[in-house]
Design a protein around this ligand. Structure first.
Ligand code: PLP
Length: 385
């Protein structure tokens, strides 16, 4: 299936109706025990496609096959959450005594894992400026084992020079890892851009309906076996219902992403004109840090971006947020519905201070009528006055 175009892959990859009595969608396999028919089969356990629920079922295999085809990966490993995809990737490519470079704008829980768990096992973690580009080389040490990127950062939306960083790391045999939850392989394919490991929170755009926690991590022929081994040995696997919903989400990913893109762009342009808004941090707008990198590497934009309000008075901000009916205030993004979430980048930066004054919000633009969404925001901005 890997030679087919994206729309075809999304529709058919991982699908095998003949194996399931003609049922189009791979059924949910609720499995722990998987029996062997003969002792000979048992003796050949390593060759059995399925041997125990935790190490894989036809449901996980379908989802993984589809994601691997999209990523152009040697293999994908489905895991319990986006965060476990992150932790498995980092644990696969670091050991005691190693030095790991992590972008200063990463997803908060990733940062916490690095600081509180990786360090406990003797890995030194250094956070680097998201726009370091080729300059990342200066931070490489003899013992640097992995370079972790998130572009755009899901809170502050800087886009790094991914190709320059991947090239510099490759020359030093440093494994590169990309959290690609924002773009999905539809808008950016990490492995085709010289990155060794691509991971996603499938909780977001892949599943697309705010009802699933699921992660997936994909690798090249060199990196995949280590990822699979780490997940197996840590005992991390995804639930069968979640896998089913993840695969179901993939089927409509392209049409949903197109809608998210056009709606979010329209909203971002509109927000740029609003006096209450100091800055819009949308990778497709020239004002976004790293916009040129976005143009260079990405095929498009998803529906998640940031704004910075001029107002900083929390009482007024609360009045604005509490009055919203459509923009729910909730973590995550990538679902069918719009979200508006306060973020505080200042407390999370160590490589370089976050100097932007003003109140930061992350918006996700869903499928409500765009006029209704704008009207709600306009009313909200009035409550700031
Ligand atoms: C949400 C998110 C994650 C974590 O995903 P979960 O499925 O919630 O564990 C990881 N990376 C990014 C960029 C995210 O936004």
């Amino acid at each position: 299936m890997t030679t087919k175009k994206t729309g075809t892959l999304l529709t058919h990859a991982g699908s095998n109706p003949k194996a399931f009595h003609g049922v189009v969608n791979t059924p949910v396999h609720r499995a722990s025990t998987i029996v062997f028919n003969t002792y000979a089969e048992f003796e050949n356990i390593s060759k059995a496609p399925f041997s125990y629920g935790r190490s894989g079922t036809p449901t996980s295999a379908s989802f993984e096959e589809a994601v691997a085809a999209l990523e152009g990966a040697a293999g994908s490993v489905s895991v319990s959450s986006g965060l476990s995809a992150i932790t498995i990737a980092l644990m696969s490519f670091s050991k005691a005594g190693d030095h790991v470079l992590v972008s200063d704008n990463v997803y908060g829980p990733c940062r916490k894992f690095c600081r509180e768990i990786l360090t406990k096992y003797g890995v030194e973690v250094e956070f680097y400026p998201p726009l370091a580009g080729a300059g990342i080389e200066k931070l490489f040490r003899k013992n640097t084992s992995a370079l972790f990127m998130e572009s755009p950062g899901s809170l502050t939306f800087e886009v790094g020079d991914i190709g320059a960083m991947a090239g510099a790391a490759r020359a030093k045999n440093i494994t590169t890892i990309m959290d690609n939850s924002w773009a999905t392989p539809l808008l950016f394919k990490p492995l085709e851009n010289g990155i060794d490991v691509s991971l996603m929170s499938a909780t977001k755009y892949i599943s697309g309906h705010s009802d699933v926690i699921l992660g997936v991590v994909s690798g090249t022929a060199d990196s995949y076996p280590q990822l699979k081994k780490t997940a197996l040995q840590l005992g991390v696997c995804a639930g069968s219902e979640e896998l089913y919903l993840g695969l179901r989400g993939l089927r409509t990913l392209e049409v949903r992403m197109k809608e998210h893109q056009s709606r979010a762009l329209e909203m971002a342009h509109w927000l740029e004109q609003q006096p209450a808004v100091k800055r819009v941090l949308h990778p497709a707008l020239p004002s976004c840090p790293g916009h040129d990198n976005w143009k260079k590497y990405f095929k498009g934009a998803s529906g998640t971006f940031g704004i910075i309000l001029r107002e900083t008075d929390k009482t007024k901000i609360a009045k604005m947020l509490d009055g919203f009916e459509l923009f729910h205030m909730g973590a995550s993004w990538g679902g069918y519905e719009s979200l508006c979430f306060p973020v505080q980048p200042k407390s999370d930066r160590t490589a370089e201070p976050w100097t932007e004054e003003g109140f930061s919000l992350r918006l996700h633009i869903g499928f409500e009528d765009i006029g209704d969404l704008k009207a709600e925001l306009a009313d909200g901005f009035k409550r700031l006055a």
